[in-house]
Write a protein that binds this ligand. Sequence first.
Ligand SMILES: Cc1cc2nc3c(=O)[nH]c(=O)nc-3n(C[C@H](O)[C@H](O)[C@H](O)COP(=O)(O)OP(=O)(O)OC[C@H]3O[C@@H](n4cnc5c(N)ncnc54)[C@H](O)[C@@H]3O)c2cc1C
Length: 473
Amino acid sequence: MPTPHTLPGTMNRRDFLKLGGLATAAGAATVSNVHAAGAAHVVIIGGGVGGATTAKYLKLADPSVNVTIIEKNPVYIRSYGSSEVVVGHIPYSAIEVRYDDLKKNYGIEFIFDQVTGFDAEKKTVQTAAGQSISYDKLVVSPGIQLKYDAIPGYSEDIANTQVPSGWIAGPQTKLLAEQLKAMPQGGTFVLVAPPNPYRCPPGPYERTALVTEWMLKHNPKGKVLLLDPKDNFVTDTTMLQGWNRLYNFPMPADYEAKFVEELKKSKVLGESDGVAQLYEKGILRKPTGPSMITWIRAKEGGRVLKLDVTNKTIESESGVHKYDVLNIVPPMVAGKIAQDMGLTDKTGFCPIDYATFESSIHKGVYVLGDASITPMPKSGASANTQAKVVAMAVLASIKGQAPGVPAWGNVCYALAGHEYGVFVVDVFELKDGKITNVSGPRYQILNASEAQIRLAALYTETWVRTFTADCFA
Ligand SMILES: Cc1cc2nc3c(=O)[nH]c(=O)nc-3n(C[C@H](O)[C@H](O)[C@H](O)COP(=O)(O)OP(=O)(O)OC[C@H]3O[C@@H](n4cnc5c(N)ncnc54)[C@H](O)[C@@H]3O)c2cc1C
């Protein structure tokens, strides 16, 4: 049996160099800024999490490879952690990530231009400014495209000016933060959650929580309405437990039953225990008044039908809802360039070979991150760990070697409140050619202590810092 790659997300730099069968001596990874003549040229479309991490780890493993990132924006605006800008925990400048370290530390070259297409035969990439760039291997990590028009009455223009999404962080994130601050006292904030699959599974629920926490302080008579085309989500039990404890959220009966089942499995509840014991043992709290949050799920009519910006209403299957501030996370597909390059299938995302992330449609082109189809969550953590697998697969292919056997990790932290953290942790292995989740328990335990919950919130903060450094520095 081949030796597995181990978990790329947990490798240190020395492990990574060993893994590539490359130089291991101290300092051997030092790279020069010189474009090595005759060496392979890897072009990467998109300098976000997936693209930047692939570039860095390619250079760490083999400094002689020429690596160029083509990115449309000179500064990356990180989407992860951007809900904290909406509620003013951090300034907008905190989510701006610069590329100086990648250039300086690893000799990665950058072209700031928009890719418009490619020629698979000639192995060239075309850009909006009319450049044609040749490559030996092509990596594509363009993130997502939001389908604003999927909701009647909504459009990209409306999102930019009146009803922001902000699911690709940028000016819309700023607009939403301003709107929240300016919302009239007693007003209603409505968030429309997306259907599966979408970027950052706990994200809409974290944003709901953080907005509620903000409003309890600044707009205590206000309301938060979450319209959802789904009935459940990743991290739902722990996130809803946070809403229950912090925001008086009444736990739906089907979730109470889920809590009982899980806690019986983990022996926190005895076989004869039921819902009453959830409240007796302080796992859940009986609401002491009305909750600021209302969550209308698919089965209660949460699917959105129509937006009317003139009357400031959003219609769902449950009726017409008036809003003061509206945040829509529309359905999404792979970034537009992936579609233009013919890398997507009927799902709107890109099918790949799981061992290497090479496109199933175009050989020699690797697709990763939110744009790819995998059973992994569409998260920055997934894109980062996929990038390390892609870097190894691309190098193996350049050297005419067989790719290794990959494994992946994912950890998504989310906040139910400033000091209330939840998480999901996954480990994936390749089994019979498929990415298979081999995790044990994935979530924070339901009887976690206050300290464990605060620690998870602290981890959220430190994760953002160390994660950004792993991708971009
Ligand atoms: C509110 C929110 C909270 C989140 N929180 C977390 C979290 O806590 N943890 C977590 O792991 N993930 C989180 N995420 C998800 C995470 O941000 C994404 O999953 C991750 O950024 C995906 O990486 P990517 O490389 O696929 O795409 P991106 O990081 O979006 O990068 C794509 C890049 O490609 C560029 N590009 C696109 N098209 C072109 C073109 N034609 N030419 C040139 N450049 C192009 C774009 O400009 C962009 O820089 C969150 C997302 C949101 C919205």
